[in-house]
Design a protein around this ligand. Structure first.
Ligand code: CA
Length: 226
């Protein structure tokens, strides 16, 4: 049974290029040319993944996203202009899984689509022990270890790590993390997130070189990579 993808994009040549290339990958692809059509097709088709342009006639992409999230947890990848950083952040807050900045390479887009579809499948499998690099995170015992040696974590360090690691590859804003992990939101509270990320990095990242697991998403927040 081929996976169904919905492409909501008003630039016709781009929509057709996406359709052609994704069909070559074996997906069933449907396209919508404006926001209203996109939302109604998302409801009718229940696609496995949605590629959603933000600037759309009749209903903008963020509204479409909000509508989709009322009935579906399918991965949504936003297609955004380089300039719309505020919209990207808002999109992630509204439950988008990822964004890709125009102009993008088709190879990268296809890789992201594959990764999100694979992840969707993995999340449905109960996986209570996660491994990344030299580390093991046991969600039943709330225990992080490296080569079998336990690593002490503050409660919120554990919760932040567990939250991100269970959703690896997905970008989250600081506000989202504050809201979901700390269950609070207050002005300036996002610094708390940065501080905990820094503490975690001291425990799970190499002292030199860029982070391999707790990745900063520029202009947005953080993501975890196994
Ligand atoms: Ca557009």
């Amino acid at each position: 049974m081929p996976r169904t993808l919905l492409v909501v994009e008003d630039e016709k040549p781009l929509a057709e290029t996406l359709r052609f290339n994704l069909e070559m990958e074996g997906y069933r692809v449907r396209t919508a040319e404006d926001g209203l059509e996109g939302l109604s097709m998302a409801r009718a088709l229940q696609p496995d993944l949605v590629l959603l342009d933000l600037m759309l006639p009749r209903m903008d992409g963020l509204q479409v996203l909000r509508g989709i999230r009322e009935h579906s947890q399918a991965p949504v990848l936003l297609l955004t202009a380089r300039t719309s950083e505020a919209d990207r952040v808002k999109g992630l807050d509204l439950g988008a899984d990822d964004y890709i900045t125009k102009p993008f390479s088709l190879a990268e887009l296809k890789a992201r689509v594959r990764a999100h579809l694979r992840r969707k499948q993995e999340i449905t499998v109960e996986d209570r022990v996660l491994t990344f690099g030299e580390f093991t995170l046991d969600l039943n015992r709330r225990l992080l270890s490296r080569h079998g040696e336990p690593i002490a974590l503050r409660p919120k360090e554990y919760e932040l790590l567990a939250y991100l690691a269970q959703r690896d590859g997905r970008a989250f804003t600081r506000d989202q993390l504050l809201n979901d992990v700390w269950d609070i939101s207050f002005a300036g509270g996002t610094r708390t997130v940065d501080v905990h990320v820094r503490w975690l990095r001291m425990k799970i990242e190499q002292p030199d070189g860029p982070p391999r697991h707790l990745i900063t998403v520029r202009g947005a927040g953080y993501r975890f990579e196994r």
